[in-house]
Design a binder for this molecule. Structure first.
Ligand SMILES: Nc1nc2c(ncn2[C@@H]2O[C@H](COP(=O)(O)OP(=O)(O)OP(=O)(O)O)[C@@H](O)[C@H]2O)c(=O)[nH]1
Length: 435
């Protein structure tokens, strides 16, 4: 029997993980979740599991080796086929990295070894309403009262890099269900404008609007939306299939260029299926770095930094260790001009000895410091033309100095959250007049 599959796409920080987390909480189905993060750090898998809040019943798997779209031919198909053989679940959800193109992933379930055991139910694209409006609608002088000014892909620039907007449009063009998220950050008129643009760009897809990805499971799962024939009519998909048969037949996923200076974790992926391939992160000029320190941030200096992050930092996320919050494992998530700090679990080191042992047995690879246990900061930093060294230096300046390590940390001015469900949102841009 084939297992239904839903592919979740959407640009970096649009709200895929938020949607997925709320889905995991509200559905009765046994879900298997496959997360493909862009960085070397599988942050989303960490977040969905939240270190000390391991879900039982659902599988959250992180796809090693980064790029879903080319290692995919071999590793990906094998993993999903194996997954079905070894585990019992009702539905597979794949959270694609924010820079994945949906076609190559969908293709795995239409052709190839996974096609027999799975049935592609829907491709869902999450759109950040605020960013979509600012990018594609704000300049439309006829807003609301005339012809819609439709965005079109602009293609590679002189150095071969494609604008991120092209990727967003590809994700919109290909999907079956569009989730317009972050509607709390736009006015009603702006939201209507975004929906009208999306309807025109992608008449085939159903559109729903959400805040914090909150959607009834029946809207998301259990509705057969994917239809190869109509999807094939979408330009991007057609090009992708044609490109399978003729070398260099299309412009966006098999072009070879010499910019293979991406993260080492992709290096084993190439060559499985005999084609050279520019990974989407390369194509869009994206760089991925990680920041790992085992010393806490000073809360005040960290807040000041988060309120003045460079616009070239497209996305950042991961766990933070903030002085004065010795129990709370705090997740930092930066997207657009907003940074959220939220308690997503406890440091294992703050639990009783017994419980520490239980959790540590479950995570044998977890690095453990004699004094501080598992407390650490581990962030993925995704940038576009980002001055990486400058940012790393600024982050390091927020760490406690040797002297401060001996201070009483509870005396620091501290705006970091103390309990779950009370996220702190910091803004680094001009306040939006969306509402
Ligand atoms: N204001 C607002 N923020 C939201 C909403 N949905 C998600 N966020 C926040 O946006 C940030 C990014 O959300 P994620 O769910 O991590 O986004 P993602 O698409 O999984 O990100 P990547 O995995 O990096 O591609 C987080 O800080 C969320 O709390 C929303 O509807 N409104």
């Amino acid at each position: 029997m084939s297992t239904p599959v839903t592919i979740l796409c959407g640009e970096l920080g649009a709200g895929k993980t938020t949607l997925l987390s709320s889905l995991l909480e509200s559905t009765d189905r046994e879900l298997a979740v496959l997360v493909n993060d862009v960085g070397a750090i599988n942050v989303d898998a960490d977040l969905v599991e939240a270190r000390t809040e391991l879900e039982t019943g659902e599988e959250v798997l992180a796809l090693e080796n980064g790029c879903i779209c080319c290692g995919i031919g071999g590793e990906f198909s094998r993993s999903v086929v194996r997954l079905q053989r070894e585990r019992a679940f009702d539905h597979l959800v794949i959270e694609a990295s924010g820079v994945s193109e949906p076609e190559p992933i969908a293709r795995q379930f239409v052709r190839g070894p996974a096609a027999g055991s799975y049935d592609l139910e829907a491709v869902v694209t999450v759109v950040d309403a605020r960013r979509f409006f600012d990018r594609f609608a704000a300049s439309d002088a006829d807003a609301g009262d005339g012809e819609l000014d439709l965005p079109t892909p602009s293609g590679p620039d002189d150095d071969g890099t494609r604008p991120l907007e092209d990727l967003v449009l590809e994700q919109v063009e290909f999907c079956d269900l569009l989730v317009v998220n972050k509607c709390d950050l736009v006015s009603e008129a702006e939201r209507e404008h975004v929906v009208a643009l999306l309807e025109t760009l992608q008449p085939r897809a159903e559109i729903v609007t959400t805040e914090y990805g909150s959607l009834d499971p029946p809207n998301l799962l259990g509705v057969q939306r994917f239809d190869l024939e109509s999807a094939t009519e979408a330009a991007g998909w057609k090009r992708a299939l044609e490109g399978d048969d003729e070398e260099g037949g299309h412009d966006h996923d098999h072009d070879h260029d010499d910019r293979h200076d991406h993260e080492g974790d992709h290096s084993d992926d190439r060559g499985h299926d005999g084609h050279d391939h520019a990974h989407p992160p390369d194509q869009y000029g994206i760089t991925v770095d990680s920041y790992h320190r085992r010393r806490p941030f000073h809360p005040e200096r960290l807040t000041a930094l988060l309120e003045s992050l460079p616009t070239e930092l497209v996305r950042a996320k991961g766990l933070c260790w903030i002085a004065g919050r010795e129990r709370q494992a705090i997740t930092m998530s930066h997207a657009g001009d907003q940074t959220t700090l939220e308690v997503t679990g406890r440091w294992i080191a703050s639990l009783s000895e017994d419980r520490q042992e239980t959790y540590r047995r479950g995570q044998p690879d977890l690095e453990w410091d004699e004094k501080w246990g598992d407390r650490e900061t581990r962030l993925a930093l995704i940038g576009r033309d980002l001055d990486r060294d400058a940012l790393l230096e600024r982050l390091d300046d927020c760490l406690l100095t040797d002297d401060e390590m001996d201070d009483d940390w509870s005396t620091f001015e501290n705006g970091a959250p103390t309990s779950t469900g009370e996220p702190i949102v910091l803004s680094s841009g001009e306040p939006s007049d969306g509402n």
